[in-house]
Design a protein around this ligand. Structure first.
Ligand code: ADP
Ligand code: MG
Length: 323
């Protein structure tokens, strides 16, 4: 278990992590989601005692990182910054880690086998591909057989096979009852792996929810309707008690699976439809909505992020936050 209480980190004027309070529980994968610069890596460094909080507290199974004897046997981590000891072989890199942490040397062979690096164990790590380096980092995290594992953006830059492998590894670690805490800036990645979701933006906590609840609240369906007889269609829909949101480009949006109902109403009133299309709101949109206010500017064009959010979507964001 990892417990954060009011965890805060300032770098000069910049508040990188702002009063974060949440708990990462065992037996499930907790996804730590936020746009680039949200404060994920800084939070993870503070959990590992690599950065000191400006305020607040973080504990690993009730204790601070520097109070843990042989910390690698409590918590293993793969950090975003790749610290590859290029000159050493994979085997020697892990052996040094094991020896300085009171871990029996036969564990080195076990973890090399787990991550699939046995065949290249004697090769120098500096010749490793990104995927192999990532596997070596994960071997280091697993070395002390810790109950808690933390991965910072582990799938960045990996090929589909490597991504699949890491996902399955994390799932099996959680199934063994371990605590798994993994960061990503991609909603789509979290949707495939995480059981629980902690979302941050500009260092602040935006959501702490089960993935099932997040999906139920955010992936609802709606229908897009366009008609050259828009005003009459609006009257007919309102008359039938259907709530309509006016979306961009003259189209209308209706919550729920109401395409058939709308089609039949239009036919009854001899109204022409140019579009009647069932849609499903994506989780990616839900994430963008949630973090929109916390992303100051988009890097590519410098326009405020909130301006890109359609009205109807913003409305659902409010619903979700209320619910
Ligand atoms: P994430 O991992 O979510 O992308 P980071 O934790 O790396 O975010 O960064 C959060 C914010 O803190 C960013 O604005 C970043 O520029 C800033 N930051 C991180 N580390 C430092 C540092 N050592 N000195 C100054 N600012 C930093
Ligand atoms: Mg990061």
């Amino acid at each position: 278990m990892i417990e954060l209480a009011g965890l805060t980190k300032r770098y000069g004027e910049k508040v990188a992590v702002n009063n974060l309070t949440f708990t990462v529980r065992p037996g499930i994968i907790t996804g730590f989601l936020g746009p680039n610069g949200a404060g994920k890596s800084t939070t993870m460094r503070m959990i590992l005692g690599l950065d000191h909080p400006t305020a607040g507290d973080v504990r690993i199974d009730g204790r601070h990182y520097d109070e843990l004897r042989d910390p690698l046997t409590y918590i293993g981590a793969l950090l975003d910054a790749k610290a590859v000891h290029g000159g050493r072989s994979a085997y020697h890199h892990l052996l040094c880690l094991a020896q300085s942490n009171g871990i029996p040397r036969q564990r080195v062979r076990e973890v090399l086998d787990t991550v699939g690096l046995t065949a290249v164990a004697r090769k120098k790590a500096k010749g490793f591909s990104l995927g192999m380096g990532q596997r070596l980092g994960i071997a280091g995290a697993l070395l002390g057989d810790p109950r808690i594992l933390m991965f910072d953006e582990p799938v960045n830059g990996l090929d589909p096979e490597g991504i699949h492998w890491i996902r399955n590894l994390m799932k099996s670690l959680a199934a063994q009852g371990r605590t798994v805490f993994v960061s990503s800036h991609l909603m789509s990645e979290m949707a495939l792996t995480a059981d629980h979701l902690v979302v941050i933006g500009q260092g602040r906590l935006l959501a702490d929810t089960s993935m099932a609840d997040f999906i139920a609240a955010n992936s609802h369906s709606y229908v897009r309707v366009r008609s050259p007889q828009r005003e009459r269609l609006l009257d007919v829909l309102h008359g039938a008690g259907i709530t309509v949101v006016e979306a961009g480009g003259g189209s209308l949006e209706v919550d729920g699976d109401k395409a058939e109902l709308i089609g039949e109403l239009a036919a009854q009133h001899h109204l022409v439809l140019h579009e009647l299309s069932p849609q499903r709101a994506s989780l990616e949109e839900a994430f963008m909505r949630l973090t929109a206010e916390s992303v100051e500017y988009h890097a590519h064009d410098g326009t405020p992020a909130a301006a890109e959010q359609p009205q109807a979507r913003a409305q659902w964001g409010e619903d979700w936050r209320r619910g």
